[in-house]
Design a protein around this ligand. Structure first.
Ligand code: ZN
Length: 509
Protein backbone atom coordinates (compact mmCIF):
# COMPACT_ATOMS: atom_id res chain seq x y z
CA UNK A 1 0.00 0.00 0.00
CA UNK A 2 1.31 3.42 -0.97
CA UNK A 3 0.18 6.47 1.01
CA UNK A 4 0.84 10.08 0.02
CA UNK A 5 1.00 12.53 2.95
CA UNK A 6 1.40 16.28 2.36
CA UNK A 7 1.13 19.55 4.25
CA UNK A 8 -0.10 22.69 2.47
CA UNK A 9 -0.99 25.52 4.85
CA UNK A 10 -1.77 29.15 4.19
CA UNK A 11 -4.39 31.44 5.68
CA UNK A 12 -4.80 34.23 3.17
CA UNK A 13 -5.77 37.72 4.34
CA UNK A 14 -6.80 39.36 1.07
CA UNK A 15 -6.37 42.80 2.66
CA UNK A 16 -2.70 42.14 3.48
CA UNK A 17 -0.16 43.83 1.18
CA UNK A 18 2.45 41.13 1.91
CA UNK A 19 3.18 38.89 -1.09
CA UNK A 20 3.12 35.09 -0.82
CA UNK A 21 5.60 33.57 -3.29
CA UNK A 22 6.88 29.99 -3.10
CA UNK A 23 9.77 31.07 -0.86
CA UNK A 24 7.24 32.04 1.85
CA UNK A 25 6.43 28.31 2.15
CA UNK A 26 10.07 27.29 2.62
CA UNK A 27 9.85 27.10 6.41
CA UNK A 28 13.13 28.84 7.21
CA UNK A 29 16.42 27.01 7.71
CA UNK A 30 17.91 28.91 4.79
CA UNK A 31 15.74 27.15 2.21
CA UNK A 32 14.03 29.00 -0.66
CA UNK A 33 11.53 26.25 -1.54
CA UNK A 34 9.34 24.01 0.65
CA UNK A 35 10.89 20.81 1.99
CA UNK A 36 9.86 17.36 0.78
CA UNK A 37 10.64 13.76 1.71
CA UNK A 38 12.94 13.24 4.67
CA UNK A 39 13.56 16.97 5.03
CA UNK A 40 9.81 17.58 5.43
CA UNK A 41 9.51 14.76 7.93
CA UNK A 42 12.47 16.12 9.90
CA UNK A 43 10.87 19.56 10.09
CA UNK A 44 7.22 18.78 10.80
CA UNK A 45 7.00 15.03 11.47
CA UNK A 46 7.84 15.19 15.18
CA UNK A 47 5.89 18.36 16.00
CA UNK A 48 2.24 18.64 17.03
CA UNK A 49 0.81 18.91 13.50
CA UNK A 50 -1.96 16.92 11.79
CA UNK A 51 0.74 16.01 9.26
CA UNK A 52 2.75 14.23 11.99
CA UNK A 53 -0.30 12.24 13.13
CA UNK A 54 -1.00 11.23 9.53
CA UNK A 55 2.55 9.98 9.10
CA UNK A 56 2.32 8.05 12.38
CA UNK A 57 -1.04 6.51 11.43
CA UNK A 58 0.22 5.41 8.02
CA UNK A 59 3.37 3.86 9.49
CA UNK A 60 1.31 2.12 12.18
CA UNK A 61 -0.39 0.06 9.48
CA UNK A 62 2.79 -1.94 9.13
CA UNK A 63 5.82 -2.57 7.02
CA UNK A 64 3.84 -3.10 3.82
CA UNK A 65 2.86 0.60 3.79
CA UNK A 66 5.18 2.96 1.98
CA UNK A 67 4.76 6.66 2.72
CA UNK A 68 5.60 9.43 0.27
CA UNK A 69 5.83 13.10 1.23
CA UNK A 70 5.85 15.24 -1.94
CA UNK A 71 5.83 18.56 -0.07
CA UNK A 72 5.38 20.26 3.29
CA UNK A 73 4.52 23.87 2.41
CA UNK A 74 3.74 26.05 5.44
CA UNK A 75 3.65 29.84 5.27
CA UNK A 76 2.71 32.53 7.77
CA UNK A 77 -0.57 34.23 6.84
CA UNK A 78 -0.21 37.02 4.26
CA UNK A 79 -1.79 38.20 1.00
CA UNK A 80 -2.92 36.11 -1.98
CA UNK A 81 -0.66 33.18 -2.92
CA UNK A 82 1.02 33.73 -6.27
CA UNK A 83 -0.15 31.52 -9.12
CA UNK A 84 3.42 30.32 -9.60
CA UNK A 85 3.66 29.18 -5.98
CA UNK A 86 0.24 27.51 -6.07
CA UNK A 87 1.07 25.70 -9.33
CA UNK A 88 4.41 24.50 -7.94
CA UNK A 89 2.76 23.16 -4.77
CA UNK A 90 -0.20 21.49 -6.49
CA UNK A 91 2.05 20.01 -9.19
CA UNK A 92 4.28 18.42 -6.54
CA UNK A 93 1.25 16.81 -4.86
CA UNK A 94 -0.50 15.76 -8.09
CA UNK A 95 2.61 14.32 -9.77
CA UNK A 96 3.26 12.11 -6.75
CA UNK A 97 -0.35 10.88 -6.68
CA UNK A 98 -0.25 10.29 -10.44
CA UNK A 99 2.49 7.67 -9.99
CA UNK A 100 -0.15 5.57 -8.23
CA UNK A 101 -1.25 5.48 -4.60
CA UNK A 102 -3.90 3.90 -2.37
CA UNK A 103 -4.58 6.75 0.07
CA UNK A 104 -3.95 10.49 0.33
CA UNK A 105 -3.72 12.32 3.65
CA UNK A 106 -3.54 16.11 3.52
CA UNK A 107 -2.84 18.63 6.30
CA UNK A 108 -4.49 21.75 4.83
CA UNK A 109 -5.69 25.08 6.16
CA UNK A 110 -8.96 25.78 4.38
CA UNK A 111 -8.62 29.53 3.83
CA UNK A 112 -6.05 29.74 1.05
CA UNK A 113 -6.74 32.30 -1.65
CA UNK A 114 -4.53 32.54 -4.72
CA UNK A 115 -4.19 35.18 -7.42
CA UNK A 116 -6.63 33.20 -9.54
CA UNK A 117 -8.61 30.98 -7.13
CA UNK A 118 -10.72 32.18 -4.20
CA UNK A 119 -10.77 28.61 -2.83
CA UNK A 120 -7.20 27.31 -2.97
CA UNK A 121 -7.86 24.05 -1.16
CA UNK A 122 -10.90 23.32 -3.33
CA UNK A 123 -8.79 23.85 -6.44
CA UNK A 124 -5.99 21.65 -5.07
CA UNK A 125 -8.53 18.87 -4.50
CA UNK A 126 -10.03 19.42 -7.98
CA UNK A 127 -6.58 18.98 -9.51
CA UNK A 128 -5.96 15.81 -7.48
CA UNK A 129 -9.29 14.40 -8.69
CA UNK A 130 -8.22 15.11 -12.27
CA UNK A 131 -5.25 12.74 -11.85
CA UNK A 132 -7.09 10.19 -9.67
CA UNK A 133 -10.88 10.30 -9.45
CA UNK A 134 -11.17 7.42 -6.98
CA UNK A 135 -8.34 7.48 -4.44
CA UNK A 136 -9.57 7.99 -0.84
CA UNK A 137 -8.54 11.45 0.42
CA UNK A 138 -8.49 12.46 4.09
CA UNK A 139 -8.16 16.16 4.89
CA UNK A 140 -7.43 17.92 8.18
CA UNK A 141 -8.54 21.54 8.21
CA UNK A 142 -7.93 24.56 10.42
CA UNK A 143 -10.79 25.83 12.58
CA UNK A 144 -10.64 28.99 10.40
CA UNK A 145 -11.65 27.17 7.25
CA UNK A 146 -14.03 28.83 4.82
CA UNK A 147 -15.80 25.64 3.79
CA UNK A 148 -16.69 25.06 0.11
CA UNK A 149 -18.46 22.56 -2.12
CA UNK A 150 -15.18 21.64 -3.84
CA UNK A 151 -13.69 20.64 -0.48
CA UNK A 152 -16.76 18.65 0.62
CA UNK A 153 -17.23 16.94 -2.74
CA UNK A 154 -13.63 15.91 -3.38
CA UNK A 155 -12.49 14.81 0.09
CA UNK A 156 -13.55 11.41 1.41
CA UNK A 157 -13.00 12.54 5.02
CA UNK A 158 -12.75 16.03 6.48
CA UNK A 159 -12.16 16.93 10.11
CA UNK A 160 -11.24 20.28 11.68
CA UNK A 161 -9.44 21.56 14.75
CA UNK A 162 -11.71 21.85 17.78
CA UNK A 163 -9.64 24.44 19.63
CA UNK A 164 -8.50 28.06 19.29
CA UNK A 165 -5.59 28.44 20.17
CA UNK A 166 -5.10 25.39 17.98
CA UNK A 167 -3.65 22.92 20.45
CA UNK A 168 -5.28 19.80 18.90
CA UNK A 169 -3.70 19.72 15.45
CA UNK A 170 -2.18 16.28 16.05
CA UNK A 171 -5.46 14.83 17.36
CA UNK A 172 -7.27 16.18 14.29
CA UNK A 173 -4.83 14.34 12.05
CA UNK A 174 -5.46 11.16 14.05
CA UNK A 175 -9.23 11.46 13.56
CA UNK A 176 -8.85 11.98 9.82
CA UNK A 177 -6.52 9.00 9.37
CA UNK A 178 -8.67 6.73 11.57
CA UNK A 179 -11.81 7.44 9.54
CA UNK A 180 -10.07 7.19 6.18
CA UNK A 181 -8.47 3.82 6.95
CA UNK A 182 -11.77 2.52 8.36
CA UNK A 183 -13.57 3.51 5.16
CA UNK A 184 -10.88 1.77 3.12
CA UNK A 185 -10.74 -1.37 5.27
CA UNK A 186 -14.53 -1.80 5.36
CA UNK A 187 -15.23 -0.48 1.82
CA UNK A 188 -17.67 1.74 3.67
CA UNK A 189 -19.88 4.08 1.62
CA UNK A 190 -20.31 7.40 3.39
CA UNK A 191 -22.28 10.60 3.22
CA UNK A 192 -21.01 14.14 3.81
CA UNK A 193 -23.61 16.57 5.15
CA UNK A 194 -22.59 20.19 5.35
CA UNK A 195 -23.79 23.75 5.39
CA UNK A 196 -22.32 27.22 5.59
CA UNK A 197 -24.04 30.16 7.27
CA UNK A 198 -23.97 33.75 5.97
CA UNK A 199 -22.14 34.93 9.10
CA UNK A 200 -18.87 36.84 9.26
CA UNK A 201 -18.01 36.15 12.88
CA UNK A 202 -15.39 38.07 14.83
CA UNK A 203 -12.41 35.84 15.54
CA UNK A 204 -12.07 37.02 19.14
CA UNK A 205 -15.57 35.66 19.80
CA UNK A 206 -15.01 32.32 18.01
CA UNK A 207 -13.03 30.26 20.48
CA UNK A 208 -14.66 26.92 21.32
CA UNK A 209 -13.42 27.21 24.92
CA UNK A 210 -15.99 29.95 25.58
CA UNK A 211 -19.50 30.90 24.57
CA UNK A 212 -21.12 31.43 22.16
CA UNK A 213 -19.11 28.70 20.35
CA UNK A 214 -18.63 26.32 23.29
CA UNK A 215 -22.10 24.74 23.25
CA UNK A 216 -21.95 24.35 19.49
CA UNK A 217 -18.54 22.67 19.43
CA UNK A 218 -19.42 20.53 22.46
CA UNK A 219 -22.49 19.17 20.65
CA UNK A 220 -20.38 18.28 17.59
CA UNK A 221 -17.72 16.59 19.71
CA UNK A 222 -20.32 14.62 21.68
CA UNK A 223 -21.89 13.35 18.47
CA UNK A 224 -18.53 12.22 17.06
CA UNK A 225 -17.44 10.65 20.35
CA UNK A 226 -20.70 8.72 20.72
CA UNK A 227 -20.33 7.21 17.22
CA UNK A 228 -23.62 8.77 16.11
CA UNK A 229 -21.50 10.03 13.22
CA UNK A 230 -17.89 9.43 12.14
CA UNK A 231 -16.59 13.00 12.04
CA UNK A 232 -18.20 16.26 13.12
CA UNK A 233 -16.57 19.64 12.47
CA UNK A 234 -17.52 23.22 13.18
CA UNK A 235 -15.50 25.89 11.39
CA UNK A 236 -15.49 29.44 12.72
CA UNK A 237 -14.50 30.68 9.26
CA UNK A 238 -11.88 33.23 8.31
CA UNK A 239 -13.53 36.64 7.93
CA UNK A 240 -10.48 38.62 6.76
CA UNK A 241 -10.87 37.39 3.20
CA UNK A 242 -12.92 39.15 0.57
CA UNK A 243 -14.08 35.94 -1.11
CA UNK A 244 -17.56 34.50 -1.72
CA UNK A 245 -16.98 31.51 0.57
CA UNK A 246 -16.06 33.40 3.77
CA UNK A 247 -18.53 31.95 6.29
CA UNK A 248 -19.08 29.83 9.37
CA UNK A 249 -19.39 26.17 8.35
CA UNK A 250 -20.47 22.79 9.69
CA UNK A 251 -19.59 19.39 8.19
CA UNK A 252 -20.48 15.83 9.21
CA UNK A 253 -19.27 12.48 7.82
CA UNK A 254 -21.46 9.45 8.50
CA UNK A 255 -21.83 5.93 7.05
CA UNK A 256 -24.28 5.87 4.15
CA UNK A 257 -26.76 3.87 6.24
CA UNK A 258 -26.62 6.46 9.05
CA UNK A 259 -29.42 8.94 9.51
CA UNK A 260 -28.01 11.45 11.97
CA UNK A 261 -25.86 13.73 9.84
CA UNK A 262 -28.47 15.99 8.36
CA UNK A 263 -30.25 16.54 11.68
CA UNK A 264 -26.94 17.26 13.39
CA UNK A 265 -25.97 19.84 10.77
CA UNK A 266 -29.37 21.45 11.21
CA UNK A 267 -29.02 21.54 15.00
CA UNK A 268 -25.51 23.00 14.91
CA UNK A 269 -26.43 25.62 12.33
CA UNK A 270 -29.59 26.58 14.19
CA UNK A 271 -27.58 27.15 17.37
CA UNK A 272 -24.95 29.24 15.59
CA UNK A 273 -27.54 31.31 13.75
CA UNK A 274 -29.58 31.97 16.88
CA UNK A 275 -26.41 33.21 18.59
CA UNK A 276 -25.15 35.32 15.68
CA UNK A 277 -25.24 38.57 17.64
CA UNK A 278 -22.98 37.01 20.30
CA UNK A 279 -20.24 36.48 17.70
CA UNK A 280 -19.78 40.24 17.36
CA UNK A 281 -16.84 41.79 19.22
CA UNK A 282 -16.81 45.50 20.00
CA UNK A 283 -13.21 46.73 20.23
CA UNK A 284 -12.28 49.10 23.05
CA UNK A 285 -10.58 52.42 22.40
CA UNK A 286 -6.82 51.76 22.43
CA UNK A 287 -5.88 54.54 24.86
CA UNK A 288 -8.53 53.27 27.28
CA UNK A 289 -7.11 49.71 27.10
CA UNK A 290 -3.61 50.96 27.92
CA UNK A 291 -5.02 53.11 30.71
CA UNK A 292 -6.70 50.04 32.20
CA UNK A 293 -3.38 48.16 32.05
CA UNK A 294 -1.64 51.05 33.80
CA UNK A 295 -4.18 50.91 36.61
CA UNK A 296 -3.47 47.27 37.49
CA UNK A 297 -0.82 46.33 40.02
CA UNK A 298 -0.30 42.57 39.81
CA UNK A 299 2.02 41.44 37.05
CA UNK A 300 2.72 40.31 34.39
CA UNK A 301 -0.03 41.89 32.32
CA UNK A 302 -0.29 40.70 28.73
CA UNK A 303 -1.44 43.23 26.14
CA UNK A 304 -2.57 41.52 22.93
CA UNK A 305 -2.29 43.83 19.91
CA UNK A 306 -4.80 42.02 17.74
CA UNK A 307 -5.10 44.48 14.86
CA UNK A 308 -1.65 43.74 13.47
CA UNK A 309 -1.36 40.02 14.16
CA UNK A 310 0.90 38.26 11.67
CA UNK A 311 -0.91 35.02 12.52
CA UNK A 312 -3.83 36.40 10.50
CA UNK A 313 -1.92 38.32 7.84
CA UNK A 314 -0.64 41.39 9.71
CA UNK A 315 2.83 42.81 9.16
CA UNK A 316 3.68 42.76 12.90
CA UNK A 317 5.55 46.02 12.49
CA UNK A 318 3.04 48.68 13.55
CA UNK A 319 4.10 50.17 16.89
CA UNK A 320 1.05 52.27 17.68
CA UNK A 321 0.22 50.23 20.81
CA UNK A 322 3.80 50.39 22.11
CA UNK A 323 3.87 54.13 21.52
CA UNK A 324 0.74 54.55 23.63
CA UNK A 325 2.20 52.38 26.41
CA UNK A 326 5.32 54.56 26.49
CA UNK A 327 3.20 57.74 26.36
CA UNK A 328 1.21 56.58 29.39
CA UNK A 329 4.41 55.84 31.33
CA UNK A 330 4.35 52.03 31.44
CA UNK A 331 7.74 50.47 32.28
CA UNK A 332 9.41 47.06 32.56
CA UNK A 333 7.95 46.00 29.21
CA UNK A 334 8.86 43.03 27.00
CA UNK A 335 7.52 43.30 23.45
CA UNK A 336 7.80 41.41 20.19
CA UNK A 337 8.64 39.89 17.92
CA UNK A 338 8.40 43.02 15.75
CA UNK A 339 9.17 42.35 12.09
CA UNK A 340 11.88 44.68 10.81
CA UNK A 341 14.79 43.08 8.90
CA UNK A 342 16.35 46.50 8.29
CA UNK A 343 16.48 47.34 12.01
CA UNK A 344 17.91 43.88 12.76
CA UNK A 345 20.62 44.53 10.20
CA UNK A 346 21.48 47.86 11.86
CA UNK A 347 21.72 46.23 15.29
CA UNK A 348 23.78 43.29 14.03
CA UNK A 349 26.14 45.78 12.39
CA UNK A 350 26.89 47.63 15.63
CA UNK A 351 26.91 44.39 17.66
CA UNK A 352 25.91 43.25 21.13
CA UNK A 353 26.55 45.82 23.86
CA UNK A 354 26.62 48.80 21.50
CA UNK A 355 24.41 51.84 21.92
CA UNK A 356 22.18 52.69 18.98
CA UNK A 357 19.54 55.15 17.83
CA UNK A 358 17.26 53.78 15.16
CA UNK A 359 13.76 53.69 13.73
CA UNK A 360 11.94 50.41 14.37
CA UNK A 361 8.79 49.19 12.63
CA UNK A 362 6.19 51.01 10.57
CA UNK A 363 7.78 50.04 7.27
CA UNK A 364 4.72 48.36 5.77
CA UNK A 365 2.21 50.43 3.81
CA UNK A 366 -1.28 48.93 3.74
CA UNK A 367 -3.27 50.49 0.87
CA UNK A 368 -6.39 48.36 1.47
CA UNK A 369 -7.12 50.21 4.72
CA UNK A 370 -5.22 53.44 3.98
CA UNK A 371 -2.52 52.70 6.59
CA UNK A 372 0.91 54.23 6.08
CA UNK A 373 2.78 52.33 8.80
CA UNK A 374 3.68 53.58 12.23
CA UNK A 375 7.14 53.01 13.66
CA UNK A 376 9.08 54.48 16.58
CA UNK A 377 12.40 56.27 16.96
CA UNK A 378 14.15 54.45 19.81
CA UNK A 379 17.45 54.74 21.60
CA UNK A 380 19.03 51.95 23.63
CA UNK A 381 21.57 49.17 23.78
CA UNK A 382 21.72 46.04 21.61
CA UNK A 383 21.29 43.58 24.47
CA UNK A 384 21.35 40.34 22.47
CA UNK A 385 21.68 38.99 18.92
CA UNK A 386 20.44 35.48 18.13
CA UNK A 387 19.84 33.22 15.13
CA UNK A 388 16.12 33.31 16.03
CA UNK A 389 15.82 29.54 16.34
CA UNK A 390 14.08 27.81 19.25
CA UNK A 391 11.94 24.73 19.80
CA UNK A 392 8.35 25.26 20.94
CA UNK A 393 7.74 23.78 24.41
CA UNK A 394 4.18 25.10 24.85
CA UNK A 395 1.01 23.27 23.80
CA UNK A 396 0.61 24.67 20.26
CA UNK A 397 2.78 23.06 17.54
CA UNK A 398 4.88 21.56 20.32
CA UNK A 399 8.32 20.51 19.13
CA UNK A 400 8.41 22.70 16.02
CA UNK A 401 11.68 24.58 15.62
CA UNK A 402 10.71 28.19 14.94
CA UNK A 403 13.03 30.24 12.73
CA UNK A 404 12.66 33.99 13.30
CA UNK A 405 15.70 34.71 11.16
CA UNK A 406 18.33 36.89 12.72
CA UNK A 407 16.86 38.45 15.84
CA UNK A 408 18.04 41.31 18.05
CA UNK A 409 16.93 42.71 21.40
CA UNK A 410 16.90 46.48 21.83
CA UNK A 411 17.02 47.43 25.52
CA UNK A 412 15.95 50.83 26.80
CA UNK A 413 15.39 51.89 30.43
CA UNK A 414 11.72 50.76 30.21
CA UNK A 415 11.64 48.23 27.39
CA UNK A 416 13.16 45.04 25.95
CA UNK A 417 12.06 44.83 22.33
CA UNK A 418 12.58 41.67 20.26
CA UNK A 419 13.04 42.53 16.57
CA UNK A 420 13.22 39.75 13.97
CA UNK A 421 13.84 39.19 10.27
CA UNK A 422 10.83 36.88 9.90
CA UNK A 423 7.21 37.32 11.04
CA UNK A 424 5.87 34.97 13.70
CA UNK A 425 2.84 35.12 15.97
CA UNK A 426 4.05 34.67 19.57
CA UNK A 427 2.28 31.59 20.98
CA UNK A 428 5.30 30.30 22.86
CA UNK A 429 7.50 32.05 25.39
CA UNK A 430 10.57 30.87 23.48
CA UNK A 431 10.52 34.04 21.39
CA UNK A 432 11.63 35.85 24.55
CA UNK A 433 13.51 33.20 26.53
CA UNK A 434 15.78 32.22 23.63
CA UNK A 435 16.89 35.87 23.61
CA UNK A 436 17.60 36.01 27.34
CA UNK A 437 14.32 37.66 28.41
CA UNK A 438 12.25 36.11 31.21
CA UNK A 439 8.66 37.24 30.55
CA UNK A 440 7.54 36.24 34.05
CA UNK A 441 9.70 39.05 35.48
CA UNK A 442 8.07 41.73 33.33
CA UNK A 443 5.25 44.05 34.30
CA UNK A 444 3.89 44.20 30.75
CA UNK A 445 4.21 41.78 27.85
CA UNK A 446 3.11 43.24 24.51
CA UNK A 447 2.28 40.55 21.95
CA UNK A 448 1.05 40.87 18.39
CA UNK A 449 -1.59 38.19 18.60
CA UNK A 450 -5.33 37.72 18.88
CA UNK A 451 -5.91 34.35 20.52
CA UNK A 452 -2.96 32.00 19.96
CA UNK A 453 -0.80 33.83 22.51
CA UNK A 454 -2.97 32.20 25.17
CA UNK A 455 -1.29 28.86 24.39
CA UNK A 456 2.03 30.08 25.79
CA UNK A 457 1.17 33.10 27.94
CA UNK A 458 -2.27 32.67 29.52
CA UNK A 459 -0.92 30.67 32.46
CA UNK A 460 1.73 33.24 33.39
CA UNK A 461 -0.45 36.34 32.86
CA UNK A 462 -2.19 37.87 35.88
CA UNK A 463 -4.31 39.95 33.50
CA UNK A 464 -4.92 39.93 29.75
CA UNK A 465 -5.91 43.14 27.97
CA UNK A 466 -6.95 43.21 24.33
CA UNK A 467 -5.42 46.24 22.62
CA UNK A 468 -6.98 47.26 19.30
CA UNK A 469 -3.96 48.50 17.37
CA UNK A 470 -4.41 49.35 13.68
CA UNK A 471 -3.93 46.75 10.95
CA UNK A 472 -5.45 44.24 8.56
CA UNK A 473 -6.66 41.97 11.36
CA UNK A 474 -8.90 44.49 13.07
CA UNK A 475 -12.38 43.66 14.32
CA UNK A 476 -13.89 46.84 12.89
CA UNK A 477 -15.21 45.50 9.58
CA UNK A 478 -16.16 48.99 8.42
CA UNK A 479 -12.49 49.60 7.55
CA UNK A 480 -12.51 46.80 4.96
CA UNK A 481 -13.88 47.22 1.44
CA UNK A 482 -15.64 43.89 0.89
CA UNK A 483 -16.73 43.53 -2.72
CA UNK A 484 -16.64 39.76 -3.38
CA UNK A 485 -18.45 38.37 -0.34
CA UNK A 486 -21.68 36.50 -0.92
CA UNK A 487 -24.33 38.98 0.20
CA UNK A 488 -26.31 39.39 2.29
CA UNK A 489 -24.03 38.39 5.19
CA UNK A 490 -24.45 39.07 8.89
CA UNK A 491 -23.49 41.45 10.55
CA UNK A 492 -22.60 43.59 7.53
CA UNK A 493 -26.20 43.16 6.39
CA UNK A 494 -28.16 43.08 9.66
CA UNK A 495 -31.36 41.82 8.03
CA UNK A 496 -29.73 38.73 6.49
CA UNK A 497 -32.47 36.09 6.23
CA UNK A 498 -32.32 32.64 7.85
CA UNK A 499 -29.89 30.54 5.82
CA UNK A 500 -30.37 27.79 3.26
CA UNK A 501 -30.66 24.02 3.57
CA UNK A 502 -28.16 21.26 4.34
CA UNK A 503 -26.09 19.93 1.39
CA UNK A 504 -25.50 16.16 0.99
CA UNK A 505 -22.81 14.37 -0.98
CA UNK A 506 -22.54 10.57 -1.25
CA UNK A 507 -19.11 8.89 -1.34
CA UNK A 508 -18.89 5.34 -2.67
CA UNK A 509 -16.27 4.09 -0.19
ZN1 ZN B 1 -6.73 29.06 12.61
Amino acid sequence: MRCVVALVQHETNTFSPLPTPLSAFAGGSGRTTPPKGDEAVDQYGSAAFAFAAMLDAAKARGAEVSVSVPIAAYAEPSGRVTDAAFDAITTAVCNDIATGCDAVLLDLHGAMVTETFDDGEGELLNRIRQVDAKVPIGVALDFHTNLTRDMAANATVIDGYRTYPHVDMYQTGERVARSLFRIMDESLPTRTCWQTLPMLTHMIRQTPARQPMKDIMDLAIAAADSDRVMNASVFGGFPLADVPCAALGVLIIEPEDGNQGEDLVNDLCRMAWQRRADFIFEPEDLARSVERAAGLTDYPIVLADHGDNCGAGGSADDLTVLEDMLRQGLANIAAGPVWDPEAVGQMVKVGEGASIKLRVGGKTVVPSIGQTGHGLQLEGVVAKITDGRFAITGPMQTGLVVDLGRTAVLKTPVLELVVSEERWEPYDTGCFTHAGIDPTLKNYILLKSRQHFRAGFEDLARHIILAAGPGVCGSDYSQFKFSNLTRPVYPIDPGTPTPRQVCRIEHSG
